[in-house]
Design a protein around this ligand. Structure first.
Ligand code: URA
Length: 190
């Protein structure tokens, strides 16, 4: 396992897949390194690539609102990162080989943070981290435990921006997250 400094340096110089050629930034992640909750999205978009931070575009603003609904803040409570650390061109889904090249960095982040809860943001993250045949429309908000970590997936905020009709389901899932935090977290104040 690499230390945070080693991990960041390794990510910043990574040439592990083709996304290295078109990136402006490597978006490693952001938030407290002792967070009990990790959020894992898909990959950086345009704004994230420009600023070098995860979820800072329109989807990120909605994510902040979603967190606020259950009194979570990204500065204090959650570490946010993505399956792949470099932007896929035209915001396409990250390819399997790109995910394969990058997943070790995420595993290293999980090992360093040792979260109690991991929330997958969207289908792609859930398919990689929960199970390959994950069906987000059917299974969002359900909880599984893997290696002692409580895991769930919710709709990706970008999907909610495209289809605001999904908001009630997201709200339900956030209530479920709040309950899970109350049950398993010790340092996260709701
Ligand atoms: N969408 C993602 O999945 N991740 C980001 O960081 C931004 C948008």
């Amino acid at each position: 396992m690499l230390s945070w400094d080693e991990l960041e340096a390794r990510c910043r110089s990574c040439q592990g897949c083709g996304l290295a050629d078109s990136r402006r930034s490597v978006v490693v992640g952001a938030g407290p390194r002792d967070a009990e909750i990790m959020l894992v999205g898909e990959g950086p978009g345009h704004q994230e690539d420009v600023q070098g931070l995860p979820f800072v575009g329109p989807a990120g603003r909605l994510l902040d609102e979603m967190l606020e609904l259950i009194d979570l803040s990204r500065e204090r409570d959650v570490y946010i990162t993505n399956l792949v650390k470099c932007r896929p061109p035209q915001n396409r889904d990250p390819l399997n080989e790109e995910q394969d090249a990058c997943i070790g960095y995420l595993r290293n982040q999980v090992a360093l943070i040792r979260p109690k809860i991991i929330v997958c943001l969207g289908r792609i993250s859930a398919m990689r981290l929960i199970k390959p045949d994950y069906k987000i429309t059917l299974e969002h908000g359900q909880w599984v435990e893997k290696a002692g970590v409580h895991m769930t997936a919710i709709y990706h905020p970008a999907a909610v921006l495209r289809d605001p009709g999904r908001r009630p389901e997201v709200f339900q899932d956030l209530m479920g997250l709040r309950d899970k935090i109350a049950a398993v977290c010790t340092r996260t104040h709701l």
